[in-house]
Ligand binder design. Structure first.
Ligand code: ZN
Length: 491
């Protein structure tokens, strides 16, 4: 057993660093103390104050070092990322060096271990023998090494002959992840040629951007695992007066998503967006919501029932109902339905609502570059600055009625490509926009979508759709008066 009361001296710290192959700087960083504190302690010229000494100890222990009467020793850790066609699971096997023999036994199921030389085959094939071997190892070591049970379950669920991967770590960039997924897909479907133009379409994009898609098909809470919450929009915490009582929906409920929420949006900011920006976005998407039958909350199962000066538009759960006093038919059989004046919206508020969704889910290490953007979204600051247009298209993807959000974050500096690009999709209606005012952009992004750099990078947009551009600069309310055109199909 570990004896935690052992005093640690300069020798122990030096030896522990050597085990971890840490420099004095690494330890200083890990323990959040000055590098001179470490250097002087190891030289024996000065003993750190008690707080610093325990911080040093904690940093070393957190990295796996245990201080024993025989000096520091290290716990081994083998981490594996198990990847099957349906997903991946990260596993950590911790063991003290005294257990090395049983670790070798476990590892030999997936490769070979000769002393310190561990060789795990990345490509594995599920089979009766493999399942039996894992089962035997679980019987012997499952109690001491709990992750083995999970591994048995995963491999047990695979078909015999199905390939899976054992990787040393979870792929940490989008490029790596997609590459590995594609590799596994090809192992399991050698005849499938559909991926062949993948590099051509996505290669440049993945080299420049990290892509993230928050899950909207199940409960997802951004910032859930933080011990203390801060608000991304006003920067306050509970200590500085913010409250976090209400569930902050990242995508407004009226747009049909109740799953994606944020723990990093305070009640004041939540209320502000609910009053000042989101109603405009919802109004802009009114017609789309009716045609998709998007369900929010309230009467008519939360489906929109829109009233206009000259008519009404609603979805009853199975079809769209259109009422209008003004319907015209031309000789080609095209119906034009004039609905007259309906809801009003503020175009610039639509843009702010779109960007607000992106700010809610963008990686938090990007937030320091987006201070002006946040100020614009939350306080309507910088209102005099011009905004680039928002590109819109109708895309023929599987009609997923749930709203989807994709965030592209540029990984390297670039003179023309926007730092952050957002994509918002409601059913087949897609909106692509640049996040304005980022400190990582050296220009105003006007016309970015038509830049050769952009079209050469976001090739999948160019390949799939006809884009129109919406200017959302206006800060005055505009009243929507939609005209619907129904063109007789020629096929
Ligand atoms: Zn706030």
């Amino acid at each position: 057993m570990m004896i935690t009361a052992i005093e640690i001296g300069p020798e122990d710290v030096r030896a522990a660093r050597a085990l971890l192959q840490w420099s004095q700087g690494d330890l200083a960083k890990g323990a959040a103390v000055g590098i001179s504190t470490i250097a002087e302690f190891e030289k024996g010229s000065r003993t750190p104050i008690a707080n610093n000494l325990s911080a040093i100890r904690r940093a070393l222990e957190a990295a796996g070092v245990r201080f024993t009467s025989a000096g520091p020793t290290i716990f081994g850790e083998v981490s594996l990322y198990v990847m099957t066609q349906t997903g991946g699971t990260e596993m950590r096997f911790r063991f003290s060096l005294a257990d090395a023999a049983s670790v070798q036994e476990i590892i030999s199921v997936f490769g070979n271990a000769d002393g310190a030389d561990v060789n795990i085959d990345a490509v594995q094939v599920a089979s009766g023998e493999l399942k039996k071997a894992i089962s035997d190892v679980v019987t012997k070591h499952g109690a001491a090494v709990p992750p083995l049970n999970k591994l048995k379950q995963i491999v047990g669920s695979l078909q015999d002959g199905e390939h899976f991967l054992l990787l040393p770590a979870q792929p940490n960039t989008t490029v790596d992840k997609l590459e590995v997924e594609r590799f596994l897909h090809r192992l399991n479907h050698p005849d499938d040629q559909t991926n062949d133009d993948w590099d051509e379409l996505f290669g440049a994009l993945l080299a420049s951007y990290d892509i993230s898609n928050p899950r909207t098909d199940r409960r997802t809470l951004v910032g859930a695992n933080r011990s203390s919450h801060f608000c991304r929009f006003c920067g306050r915490t509970a200590e500085t007066g913010a409250t976090f009582k209400k569930a902050a929906h990242i995508i407004p409920t009226a747009l049909g998503n109740d799953h994606l929420k944020s723990a990093e949006e305070c009640d004041d900011c939540n209320e502000y967006f609910g009053q000042h920006t989101e109603p405009s976005l919802i109004a802009m998407l009114d017609i789309q919501r009716v045609f998709l039958g998007t369900q929010g909350r309230g009467k008519n199962d939360g489906r929109p029932e829109l009233r206009f000066a000259e008519g009404a538009l609603s979805h009853d759960g199975s079809k769209v109902n259109i009422k209008s006093r003004s319907v015209a038919v031309d000789e080609a059989g095209t119906f034009t339905v004039d609905l007259g004046k309906g809801a009003s919206l503020t175009p610039s508020a639509v843009y702010r609502a779109l960007v607000k969704m992106v700010l809610s889910v963008v990686a938090d290490d990007q937030l320091p570059f987006l201070k002006e953007t946040i100020d614009w979204v939350r306080n309507n600051a910088h209102a005099e600055r011009r905004l680039p247009t928002v590109a819109t298209a109708t895309v023929f993807l599987p009609p997923d009625p749930s709203a989807q959000l994709t965030i592209y974050t540029r990984m390297q500096p670039h003179p023309r490509l926007p730092h952050i690009v957002g994509e918002f999709r409601l059913g087949c209606y897609m909106y692509v926009f640049a996040v304005p005012f980022s400190q990582q952009d050296g220009w105003d992004l006007m016309g970015f979508f038509d830049d050769a750099d952009f079209s050469g990078t976001f090739k999948h947009y160019m390949a799939t759709a006809q884009w129109a551009h919406q200017d959302l600069n206006r800060q005055m309310k505009v009243v929507m008066a939609p005209k619907l055109k129904f063109v007789r199909s020629t096929s």
